[in-house]
Structure formats: structure tokens, C-alpha cells
Design a protein around this ligand. Structure first.
Ligand SMILES: Nc1ncnc2c1ncn2[C@@H]1O[C@H](COP(=O)(O)OP(=O)(O)OP(=O)(O)O)[C@@H](O)[C@H]1O
Ligand SMILES: [Mg+2]
Length: 374
């Protein structure tokens, strides 16, 4: 909307502008600065007397600096605003040469029949600093959560590594006994044993590689991953726990898109947390047979990874709190698992939702929009 404002540089208008907390800059239709309030002086480091008469582009770093003239003439010719009445985040250029993140909203006024543009700017530096700190904290928290999950799986992992090591020891003993038998049968058997030793060593190495990957620190980094392999590799972390409990984990893959651009570690972290929650719930209930189903579905440009169990499910009165940090019903729970998982889902442009499973227990659905993540 265009307002007709008596703009005559009156003392009362100056006082009003200078009292404003936000930076206010008024320019004419060619972008020449005609008014620059005190907050603008503080934000940009210029004295009003020095900047008035200069073009707005002085306050902009490239590429906006070079394009501003085009934006303005496009608007004046077509009436199609790119920023007027909308407001958005832009980068300003301080007199010292450093850039400043600002929120800019632009209004249009008529003064003495002439077009004027009023820019209202708010410094976002502090807000950006907090946002960056929050992102770092979230990533540290996610890392800590992975370490906790790994800590809980360590006993099983130790067993997973111990098994191939025991096998390697037994094969080596058998090989040592054969070594003096200088005949073809012994040589063939020795070759066979060496093959098995190498296979078992690789198996132990794989377990360690999985552990190391999950314990890594890191920012969100999306690259293409085979979703089926990603899910299976997360499930392998539970091999031992599943064998020890009565629970079975079944997978159902029903998706067309094979390679999906996701952060492998983070999606595995979601799976580890959800499966762990299911196994915890099943361990506490006497459901027979205890089952966890992991489905991967694809529909309407979305991938859905569903983890569902036939345990007791979530008490309806707890449902609204499930994704709150530190909500737990477990004696030794931290209550961070689901809140971190939801953050990861949102960082991928998706979501994580709960609903009661038709199998009676809990059903968590991680949705990942293919259009967004692609
Ligand atoms: N599959 C499930 N079946 C039943 N209840 C569940 C299930 N998954 C989660 N919950 C409920 O949600 C709560 C929060 O889960 P969340 O994973 O956030 O924390 P936690 O498992 O208690 O602790 P941790 O931080 O160690 O994961 C659990 O304490 C439990 O009450
Ligand atoms: Mg949990």
C-alpha cells in the first residue's frame, strides 16, 4: 500500500525517526538516500551527513549491489514487488567493509508527488550467533546420543567381535596342526582355513567399522545412499541383542527409489533409537512372539521408514509428550532419543510421527520428502 506522507524533513519527523530502535532509511525512486536515522548510523557506521545523497547500493555487498538498479526499475515499471511489503533477510555492508545480516522490510510513500521508499532494518547478528550456537549444540547432543546408544550396545558388540576372534584362533590352531603334513589334501585344507580366517577377520572389522561410523562427529552431510543397505547395516548393530532376547526384527522393502540423498549416520541414528525403544518396550511386556517390523514404503514423492512393534504401545496420556526432550518413562532413560530423531527428520525436510500400531504396539513413521532431499 502506498501512503501519502508529508515528507519535508521537518524536525518532528527527524526526531521520530531518530527515536526508532530500528534503522530507517528513506530513498527516492532512483535509490538516492534522503534520510538516514540514528539507528542506521549505528548499524552501518556512516554519519547521516556523509551518506545522504549517496546511492543505497553503498550499503549493499555484491551481488545485490549490482542488481539493485534492475530490481528498482523492474518494480517501477511493472509494479511487481520483490521485497516491498514482504520483508526478508538480506546482507548489509558496514562502512568498515564487514557484512551484517539484517531483516529488511520496505514500504512505499508519496511525498510531494514523488515516490519514496522507506527501508526498515533490524540487525540479525546476535540472532544468527544464537542460531549457530543452537545448531552446534544440537549436533553435539546428537553426537552424545549416538555415544550413549553405542554404550548400550557395547556388550553386544563385544560379543560380535569376540565370535570371529574365537573362530580365528580355532582356525589358526587347526592350521598349525596341518602345517607339517606335506601332502595335497593338507595344503588344500590349509588354503581353505586361511580363507576362513580372512573372512572372520573381515567380519570383526565390519563390526568395528559400523561402531566407528556411528561414533563419528559431524555436520549434516547428505549424499546418495542405498536405503536398503543403510537399514540393514543399522539392524546389524542389534544382531546380538536380538539373538539374546526373544524378539525378531523383520524388514519389508517396498520402494522404487534405490539411492536416496540422506545423511547416512543420522538416518541410522534414528533407526537405532526407534528399534532400541521397540526392544525396550518388548522386553518389558510379555508379548509372544515379540516382533519389530521395519518397513520402507514410497508414496507421493515421499519415502517412509516405519518402525513398529507389538509391545504395549504408548500410554495415550503420554502421547503429547513423546517428542519433548527429557520425557521418559524408563528408570534409566534420558528421554532424548525421540526428540533428537525428530530434529534429524526435520533437518531432512521430513518428520517423525507416532501412532498406535494395528499390531497393538507402537508405530513410528519417519517421512522423507524425495523432492526436498533430492
Ligand atoms: N516403541 C515404543 N513403545 C512404547 N513406548 C515407547 C516406544 N518408544 C518410545 N516410547 C516412550 O517414549 C518415551 C520417550 O522415548 P525416548 O526414546 O525419547 O526416550 P527414552 O527411550 O526413554 O530414553 P533415551 O534417551 O535413552 O532414548 C519412552 O520413555 C517411552 O515411554
Ligand atoms: Mg529411547
Amino acid at each position: 500500500m502506498t501512503h501519502d506522507l508529508p515528507y519535508n524533513g521537518s524536525a518532528s519527523l527527524d526526531a521520530l525517526l531518530d527515536a526508532a530502535v530500528d534503522a530507517i532509511i528513506i530513498s527516492d525512486d532512483e535509490g538516492t538516500i534522503v534520510q538516514f536515522n540514528s539507528a542506521a548510523e549505528r548499524l552501518f557506521g556512516y554519519a547521516a551527513a556523509d551518506i545522504i545523497g549517496q546511492n543505497l547500493t553503498t550499503l549493499m555487498p555484491p551481488p545485490d549491489r549490482n542488481q539493485h538498479g534492475q530490481y528498482m526499475s523492474r518494480y517501477l515499471n511493472s509494479g511487481q514487488p520483490a521485497i516491498i511489503g514482504i520483508g526478508r533477510e538480506v546482507t548489509g555492508l558496514h562502512a568498515s567493509g564487514r557484512t551484517v545480516p539484517v531483516h529488511l522490510s520496505v514500504g512505499e510513500i508519496k511525498s510531494g508527488g514523488r515516490e519514496r521508499f522507506v527501508g526498515i532494518l533490524r540487525d540479525l547478528s546476535e540472532q544468527k550467533k544464537y542460531e549457530a550456537a543452537v545448531i552446534t549444540l544440537e549436533s553435539q547432543l546428537a553426537h552424545a546420543d549416538r555415544l550413549v546408544a553405542l554404550g548400550e550396545l557395547t556388550a553386544g558388540m563385544a560379543h560380535e567381535i569376540n565370535q570371529p576372534l574365537t573362530a580365528i584362533a580355532a582356525f589358526s590352531d587347526a592350521g598349525a596342526r596341518l602345517i607339517d603334513n606335506d601332502n595335497d589334501a593338507a595344503r588344500t585344507e590349509l588354503k581353505n582355513i586361511c580363507g576362513r580366517i580372512s573372512q572372520q577377520a573381515r567380519r570383526a572389522g565390519d563390526v568395528i567399522a559400523r561402531l566407528r561410523r556411528l561414533s563419528q562427529k559431524g555436520e549434516l552431510s547428505k549424499s546418495s545412499h542405498d536405503l536398503q543397505r543403510l537399514v540393514q547395516s543399522a539392524l546389524q548393530l542389534f544382531d546380538h541383542e536380538v539373538r539374546r532376547s526373544n524378539a525378531a526384527i523383520a524388514t519389508h522393502f517396498n520402494h522404487r527409489t534405490k539411492l536416496v540423498p540422506v545423511d547416512e549416520i543420522q538416518i541410522q541414528q534414528v533407526l537405532v533409537n526407534l528399534i532400541k525403544n521397540s526392544l525396550d518396550a518388548l522386553a518389558e511386556s510379555a508379548t509372544e512372539p515379540a516382533q519389530v517390523h521395519v518397513h520402507v514404503e514410497e508414496e507421493d514423492e515421499h519415502l517412509y521408514i516405519i518402525v513398529e512393534d507389538n509391545g504395549p504401545g504408548v500410554d495415550p496420556e503420554n502421547e503429547p509428550h513423546l517428542f519433548e526432550p527429557f520425557f521418559t518413562t524408563k528408570d534409566h532413560g534420558v528421554g532424548l532419543g525421540l526428540s533428537i530423531c525428530r530434529n534429524i527428520a526435520v533437518a531432512h525436510g521430513g518428520n517423525l510421527r507416532y501412532k498406535r500400531s494395528e499390531r497393538g504396539g507402537a508405530r513410528f513413521t519417519l517421512s522423507l520428502p524425495l523432492t526436498y532431499i533430492g
